[in-house]
Design a protein around this ligand. Structure first.
Ligand SMILES: Nc1ncnc2c1ncn2[C@@H]1O[C@H](COP(=O)(O)OP(=O)(O)OP(=O)(O)O)[C@@H](O)[C@H]1O
Ligand SMILES: [Mg+2]
Length: 413
């Protein structure tokens, strides 16, 4: 996406504080269009139309934006924007806004950086904007999360009492696209902690010792930023179950992770480790021993309330009219969160193409969404098939009892 000019940035900030102000939003759309950013102008005009479907200016602008030529291929980020409409007085507009828009974007982390200390290279620490209240449905998952993780973590007294037994972390597992990453982020929000998310495949390095050093750096970064949720995604990348050769090469990395989790020689106070995998059966068994990633949490495909929350979320900024969410929720049993996002996108695309073809702007309706259901199918079937085998034949010590219960409930056994 091209970088915003200062004016676009100010108006965008103003729109963010007054999202229902249609005039302001159309102003933004107009500027985007003038800068050759037709698609973004379409999106803003669409939101304006959602608030005021009969607004003539919004409709005209939408049509102009849809007819606008695509931006030149791969423009340099600093490429000069298309010349603005000659009738528009930029400096006056900027002046008008100068005292409305305040403050410009500030980065809380950068602002709090102790003097002179450079930013961490490579590992990005974020602040989490979401909490468990943003996670739709999944009452059971949230309840277990509270009991197994949040309650003891929130309370330093309890933490001390539990001592070593609270070391290690919680392993989230489940089918792809069903909210593991989202939940980890929400946990950081709940704890008021920072969020450091790492895909383990990015840590692994072919040079001897480098993977270990990377892991150590990551834990050190988390410790410096405590309280911090350290989210280790794809922990199965460390798994050695598949080949012994890989297993040997990984041994050092697994051991390093164990050392870091145990906090040997370091203080892990305020570092909350969450790990995730789609394939818990490939996670190195050493990592799953008591005191390590021993507590597991099955993150299930979204239930009805979760699907409703996800659908509403993905339609919130789109020009929808009279969408029967209840009906869609019923028709999307077995869809993952990612599938639902895809569904909404397909429907929006169809409505937009239709509008462009007919020259008549129309809203996204239930019809577009049900039509999209024919193209977008649930993607988690292959996962369920694999999970079924594991739950039936490799449920040692009952570690997959949750999974077994879910498969039974869902009629997949
Ligand atoms: N219960 C929920 N409530 C609200 N949104 C959800 C919920 N579950 C999933 N989502 C949404 O679904 C999308 C996919 O979720 P996420 O990326 O967290 O899945 P994942 O399990 O981490 O997937 P992967 O295995 O591919 O890493 C996200 O955009 C998230 O916002
Ligand atoms: Mg994820």
């Amino acid at each position: 996406m091209p970088e915003d000019t200062p004016l676009i940035r100010s108006i965008r900030a103003a729109v963010a504080t007054a999202p229902t102000d249609v005039t302001l939003r159309l102003h933004l759309a107009e500027l985007l269009l003038a800068a050759g950013r037709g698609e973004e102008a379409v999106a803003e005009a669409a939101v304006a139309l959602q608030h005021e479907p009969a607004n003539g200016d919004a409709r005209t602008l939408m049509l102009r934006a849809m007819g606008a030529p695509a931006p030149a291929p791969a423009p340099a980020p600093e490429a000069a924007p298309a010349p603005p409409a000659p009738s528009f007085d930029w400096s006056q507009a900027e002046e008008q806004l100068s005292d409305i828009v305040e403050p410009r974007f500030v980065d809380p982390l950068a602002a709090e950086e102790p003097d002179g200390e450079p930013d961490e290279p490579g590992w990005d620490v974020e602040r989490s904007e979401v909490t468990l209240a943003d996670v739709g449905g999944l009452a059971e998952v949230k309840q277990r999360l509270q009991a197994a993780f949040l309650a003891p973590m929130r309370n330093p007294e309890l933490r001390r009492l539990y001592g070593k037994s609270l070391r290690g972390g919680l392993l989230l597992y489940g089918p792809p696209g069903c909210g593991k990453t989202f939940i980890a982020r929400a946990v950081a929000g709940e704890l008021g902690a920072r969020f450091l998310s790492i895909g383990l495949s990015d840590v692994l390095d072919m040079y001897i010792g480098q993977s270990e050093r990377n892991l150590h750096d990551i834990f050190e970064t988390a410790r410096r930023n405590a309280p911090c949720v350290l989210f280790l995604d794809e922990v199965d990348a460390l798994g050695g179950k598949r080949s012994n050769l890989r297993h040997n090469a990984m041994r050092g990395t697994v051991n390093q992770l164990l050392t870091e989790l145990d906090g040997a020689g370091a203080d892990n106070e305020g570092v909350f480790v969450l790990a995730a995998t789609n394939h818990p059966w490939d996670v190195d068994s050493a990592l799953r021993r008591p005191g390590r990633l021993d507590r597991t949490l099955l993150v299930l495909p979204p239930d009805a309330p979760a699907r409703e929350a996800i659908l509403r979320y993905h339609l919130r900024d789109r020009p929808v009219a009279g969408v029967d969410v209840g009906r869609l929720v019923k028709a999307t049993e077995g869809y993952s969160g990612a599938d639902l996002a895809h569904l909404c996108e397909s429907a929006a695309e169809a409505a937009l193409l239709d509008s462009a073809a007919s020259g008549e702007v129309r809203m996204i309706g239930t019809g577009d969404l049900t039509a999209a259901l024919k193209q977008v199918k649930p993607s988690i079937e292959p996962w369920l098939a694999a999970a079924r085998n594991v739950a039936l034949f490799a449920n040692e010590g009952g570690i997959y009892d949750d999974l077994l219960a879910y498969l039974k409930r869902a009629g997949k056994l």
